[in-house]
Design a binder for this molecule. Structure first.
Ligand SMILES: NC(=O)c1ccc[n+]([C@@H]2O[C@H](COP(=O)([O-])OP(=O)(O)OC[C@H]3O[C@@H](n4cnc5c(N)ncnc54)[C@H](O)[C@@H]3O)[C@@H](O)[C@H]2O)c1
Length: 538
C-alpha cells in the first residue's frame, strides 16, 4: 500500500524543543527541515519581534498560515510549527491531511527556563520567571484543545538525549503512516489505521496513545486462536507481556454469561483501571470486549483490531458495544469509543467465505445509504472484491469507515442521523431472532433485510423499482441469498420491540434513491407483511 504521509510536523509550546528535535529527526530520516518561524522571517526580511512590533500579531499569523500552506505541498519535510500556529482555522486540517503531527511536551518549569534564556519571544518579552510561568500556564490552557489535535505526544523534558528522543519519535510514528482516518465525536477522537502486515506495530500505537505503561489483555476467540495463531503470536510479541483471553465463538455466546467470564478473568488476576483491552476478532467479540471495557472498573481503554470484513467496515468503528439478551439482540450495551482501530487486511485470508460475504452486506449498505459513486465502484469491481484484491479492499474499507466516521461524528448516540446505518437491520434483526441467531449470520440477515426494505420502499413509491433491481443485482452478483421464510406476525412483534422501535412503532430506514435513505415510522403492517412475502418468493 502506498503511504500517504509526506511530512512530519512538530507542535508544542515555545521552548518545547520543536526546532532542536525536529532538525535531529530530519537528519536521521535524510529529510529536509524547516522551522516556520525562520521561514516567515526570511520571507518578510525581518525578525518576528519586528513583525509583531511593526505589523501586529494578526499579520504574523496570516504570514504563518501562508507559509504552512506552501510547505504542506512539499514532501519528506520535517516542519517545526510556531507555538500558536494550530490556533488558526484550517491550519490543523492542512497539516493532518499532509503528514503526522507530533506534539512535544515539557513541564512549565523547563519551558520557562528555556524561554528565559533568549529574548526573541515577543509574547514573553520583559517577564520575570514567576510572571512568565503564570503566562505559560494560561496560554497552555488556552491552547490545549489545539495541541490535543496531535497524532501523539512525546515528553521532551525527560532525561533523554536528543538522539533517544528522535529514536522514540520514529518508533512511535511508524504505524501512523497507516493512519487513514480520524473519528471525531463529542466524546472522543481516535485514529483508524488501514493496511497490510502492520500488526507488529500495535505496541507502537499503544505508545502513541500514551498507554505503553498499562497492562494489556488481548481478547480473541477459539477460532482465531487456531486460524490466526501466527498473527496472534505477532500481536502478542508487539504487545509485550500481554495475557490472552479467549471466548468461545458465535453469536449465541454474545451474552452476559460469557462476559462474566472475562470480568472474572480480569478480577482474579488483579487487573486495575490501568489495563488496555485489545480485541482481535470479529464483531461478536468486539462488541463484548468493548462492553467489558466500558464497564470494567467504570471504564478502561480499548483498542479494536478487527478480523472480519464486517468488523472492519462496521462494528469496530463508532463505539456501539453490547451483548444480547434472550428477549432481544444487543439489548444490554453502551456507547463507548475505542482508542484506535487497526485494520490489518491480511487477516481476512483465513476468514470463511460466508463470513466475508456477510461483511459485503454492510459494504453494499454504505453505498445505498450514502454514496452512489461508491455503489457504482462496487458494481464495477465485483470480480476483484470476490478475489480479495487487497488494493481494492483497502479502498473499500477506507470509504466505509469514512462514511461511518462521518455519520457517527454527527450523531454519536443515535439521536437521529445515525439511524441510517440501520438500513436493512430492522428486518435483519427480526430474521436473526426468529431463526435463533444460528441459521443466518448477522451480515446475511442484513442483506436479506435490505431486500425487504427495498421492496417496502418500492411498494410505498419511495423510489423506483429500477433502484430496487440495481441494489438486488449487486447483492446477487456477490452471491447473497434472496429468499427467506419467516412468520410475518412474529416478525412484526420482534420489530416492535427492536430497540430502534419508537413508542412501540417499528421504525424503518428506507431508500429514496441509491445514495440516500430516510426514516419512516407508523407504517401499516400489511405493507410490511407484503415485503416479507416477496422474500418468500410469493
Ligand atoms: N457495534 C456495532 O456497531 C456493530 C455493527 C454491526 C454488527 N455488530 C455485531 O457484530 C456481530 C457480527 O460480527 P461478525 O460478522 O464479525 O461475526 P463474528 O465475530 O461472529 O465472526 C464470524 C466468525 O468468523 C470467525 N473469524 C473471525 N475472523 C476470522 C479470521 N480472520 N479468520 C478465521 N475466522 C475468523 C469468528 O471466530 C466467528 O466464528 C453481531 O453480533 C452484530 O450484532 C455490531
Amino acid at each position: 500500500m502506498h503511504r500517504l504521509t509526506r511530512n512530519i510536523y512538530f507542535t508544542g509550546f515555545m521552548g518545547a524543543g520543536k526546532s532542536r528535535v525536529g532538525e535531529a529527526t530530519a537528519k536521521s530520516l535524510g529529510w529536509r527541515f524547516v522551522d516556520t518561524d525562520r521561514f516567515v522571517e526570511e520571507r518578510a526580511g525581518k525578525t518576528i519581534p519586528e513583525i509583531f512590533a511593526q505589523d501586529g500579531e494578526a499579520e504574523f499569523r496570516r504570514m504563518e498560515r501562508e507559509a504552512i500552506e506552501e510547505l504542506s505541498t512539499r514532501s519528506y519535510h520535517v516542519i517545526a510549527l510556531g507555538g500558536g500556529a494550530l490556533t488558526q482555522p484550517t491550519v490543523a486540517e492542512t497539516i493532518k491531511r499532509t503528514g503526522i503531527l507530533v506534539r512535544l511536551n515539557a513541564s512549565v518549569d523547563v519551558l520557562s527556563e528555556r524561554i528565559g534564556r533568549k529574548d526573541n519571544r515577543p509574547l514573553m518579552a520583559g517577564l520575570d520567571d514567576e510572571r512568565r510561568k503564570a503566562k505559560i500556564r494560561k496560554m497552555l490552557a488556552e491552547r490545549e484543545k489545539f495541541y490535543a489535535l496531535a497524532d501523539f505526544a512525546v515528553e521532551s523534558s525527560e532525561e533523554l538525549t536528543v538522539d533517544d528522543l528522535v529514536a522514540k519519535i520514529r518508533a512511535i510514528a511508524a504505524p501512523w503512516e497507516y493512519k487513514r482516518l480520524e473519528v471525531s465525536t463529542p466524546s472522543a477522537r481516535y485514529p483508524i489505521f488501514v493496511g497490510s502486515n502492520f500488526l507488529d506495530l500495535t505496541g507502537a500505537v499503544l505508545a502513541g496513545l500514551g498507554l505503553d505503561r498499562h497492562d494489556v489483555v488481548a481478547v480473541t476467540d477459539d477460532n482465531l486462536a487456531k486460524a490466526q495463531a501466527h498473527n496472534l503470536r505477532k500481536l502478542g510479541a508487539a504487545l509485550g507481556k500481554a495475557e490472552l483471553f479467549r471466548f468461545q465463538p458465535g453469536e449465541q455466546r454474545k451474552t452476559l454469561a460469557s462476559l462474566d467470564e472475562l470480568y472474572t478473568f480480569l478480577l482474579r488476576r488483579g487487573y486495575t483501571r490501568k489495563t488496555v483491552l485489545v480485541q482481535f476478532s470479529g464483531g461478536v467479540v468486539g462488541d463484548m470486549a468493548g462492553f467489558c471495557a466500558a464497564t470494567y472498573q467504570r471504564g478502561i481503554p480499548f483498542v479494536q483490531v478487527p478480523t472480519t470484513l464486517l468488523a472492519m467496515v462496521d462494528s469496530s468503528v463508532g463505539g456501539k458495544v453490547a451483548v444480547n439478551h434472550p428477549l432481544g439482540k444487543n439489548m444490554i450495551g453502551a456507547f463507548y469509543q475505542p482508542r484506535a482501530v487497526l485494520i490489518n487486511l491480511e487477516v481476512l485470508h483465513t476468514l470463511p467465505p460466508q463470513e466475508y460475504l456477510a461483511g459485503l452486506a454492510e459494504v453494499v449498505k454504505y453505498g445505498v445509504i450514502r454514496d452512489e459513486e461508491f455503489f457504482a465502484f462496487l458494481e464495477g469491481h465485483v470480480r476483484e472484491i470476490l478475489n480479495h484484491d487487497d488494493a481494492i479492499l483497502a479502498r473499500i474499507v477506507e470509504r466505509c469507515c469514512a462514511i461511518k466516521a462521518e455519520v457517527v461524528g454527527l450523531d454519536e448516540k443515535e439521536q437521529g442521523l445515525r439511524a441510517i446505518l440501520n438500513y436493512g437491520h430492522t428486518f435483519g434483526h427480526a430474521i436473526e431472532k426468529l431463526t435463533g441467531y444460528s441459521t443466518y449470520s448477522h451480515g446475511i440477515a442484513v442483506a436479506l433485510g435490505m431486500r425487504a426494505a427495498a421492496r417496502l420502499a418500492t411498494s410505498l413509491g419511495l423510489w423506483d423499482e429500477a433502484c430496487e433491481k440495481r441494489q438486488n443485482a449487486l447483492l446477487d452478483a456477490f452471491g447473497f441469498p434472496s429468499r427467506v421464510r419467516v412468520d410475518a406476525g412474529a416478525a412484526w412483534e420482534a420489530m416492535s420491540v427492536d430497540k430502534k422501535a419508537e413508542n412501540g412503532k417499528c421504525v424503518f430506514v428506507l431508500p429514496e434513491r441509491i445514495g440516500s435513505v430516510r426514516k419512516v415510522s407508523g407504517l401499516d403492517r400489511a405493507a410490511v407483511d407484503r415485503a416479507w412475502e416477496a422474500l418468500e418468493g410469493k
